[in-house]
Ligand binder design. Structure first.
Ligand code: 9Z3
Length: 326
């Protein structure tokens, strides 16, 4: 990765290059590129190549893992369930966006968040030895999930790309950004995934299962280089960016979200606290903060509905501004 003159000092190009150079190669990188190419082609031709009818959002969802061994038996993980990303994807699709859903394997999926934990076993029943049917109590939810999902995928508006490790996540994110570059301001990044801050570099990682017989384990974790500035400045300089800030201490949340907004030149930072993340978020923008709440008494069943509505409006304003300036 070449260092560009005039780009901000805080971009650690050397560290980023080392990270990618030493990461294990993405197993199905060519397939991912092909899927991205076909997805974007389908969307642009279905709108007659009218770029202004063609908005794409990359939604990242779930937590990245950090393997401790190359032939991985153990890994470090985090709490993120992918609920925010999956639910937001549904609202973006409803608002007319095409969505690239970059999700942690086995995390929540769009249209499935209200199904039971084990839908296959809990939603279906056998009536006789050869016939399986949807259990009447889940019938409406299952039909709705299947028809919405099929409409999005068959219509070519939803592309799902799974990741597991921090290496896979960042490698695929780079491929997505490269593919979406031509969309300019019509592209949006909604970075809800909880990305590991620390990792074990591949070359210093044990190849085989770490043995417990050697006693307590001392392990030094390296810092994952900050990719947000390179994504924002180099990979997708015209796109609309939403990042998330998560804290467990309310007193520092808004200060840190504001710092992230300025430092990484985000258009919006969504600030949330671990325990109340499903009830309330604060949308931090350069022109002020807006609180977005779930309010079941007013029919607002989740935070994501009003949040996505607000972000779509802000994205429209960003597109208009970009057109005026060009
Ligand atoms: C978030 O803050 C998301 O809203 C949650 C959603 C992960 C809390 P769930 O998946 O939870 O619905 O269970 N995502 C970003 C968290 C994060 O790692 N942010 C970094 C930080 O806070 C910046 S990239 O420093």
């Amino acid at each position: 990765m070449e260092k560009k003159s005039g780009t901000p000092q805080e971009i650690a190009y050397d560290e980023i290059k080392d990270f990618f150079d030493s990461a294990p190669p993405l197993r199905d990188g060519n397939t991912v590129c092909k899927k991205l190419h076909e997805f974007l082609e389908t969307n642009s031709s279905s709108t007659g190549n009218h770029i202004n009818n063609y908005r794409v959002v990359c939604v990242t969802s779930g937590g990245t893992t950090v393997p401790l061994e190359q032939r991985c038996v153990r890994f470090i993980d985090n709490f993120s369930s992918g609920h925010r990303g999956a639910t937001s994807t549904e609202y973006f699709l409803k608002a007319g966006y095409s969505v690239i859903f970059l999700y942690r394997r086995e995390s929540y999926q769009p249209y499935c968040t209200s199904l039971p934990d084990n839908p296959l076993l809990e939603c279906f029943e056998m009536t006789d030895e050869s016939f399986v049917q949807v259990h009447p109590s889940h019938s409406d939810a299952v039909k709705k999930a299947i028809s919405n999902h099929q409409a999005a995928v068959k219509g070519g508006h939803l592309l799902k790309l799974p990741f597991c490790t921090i290496f896979e996540y960042l490698q695929i994110l780079q491929l997505i950004a490269t593919s979406m570059k031509n969309l300019g301001p019509y592209a949006m990044y909604y970075l809800a995934a909880a990305v590991s801050d620390f990792y074990v570099p591949w070359e210093s990682m044990a190849m085989h299962k770490i043995q417990s017989a050697s006693g307590p384990l001392d392990m030094r974790l390296a810092q994952v280089p900050k990719m947000l500035p390179v994504l924002r400045n180099d990979w997708a300089p015209m796109a609309f960016f939403i990042s998330f800030k998560l804290e467990t201490d309310r007193d520092i949340l808004l200060k840190k979200a504001d710092m992230a907004l300025k430092k990484y030149k985000m258009h919006v930072v969504v600030a949330n606290e671990l325990l109340t993340r499903k009830e309330e978020v604060t949308v931090v923008t350069p022109t002020g903060n807006i609180s977005v709440r779930r309010d079941k008494t007013k029919g607002v069943t989740d935070v994501e509905g009003p949040l996505i509505k607000l972000l779509v409006e802000k994205h429209s304003a960003h597109i208009e501004d970009s057109i005026k300036c060009s």
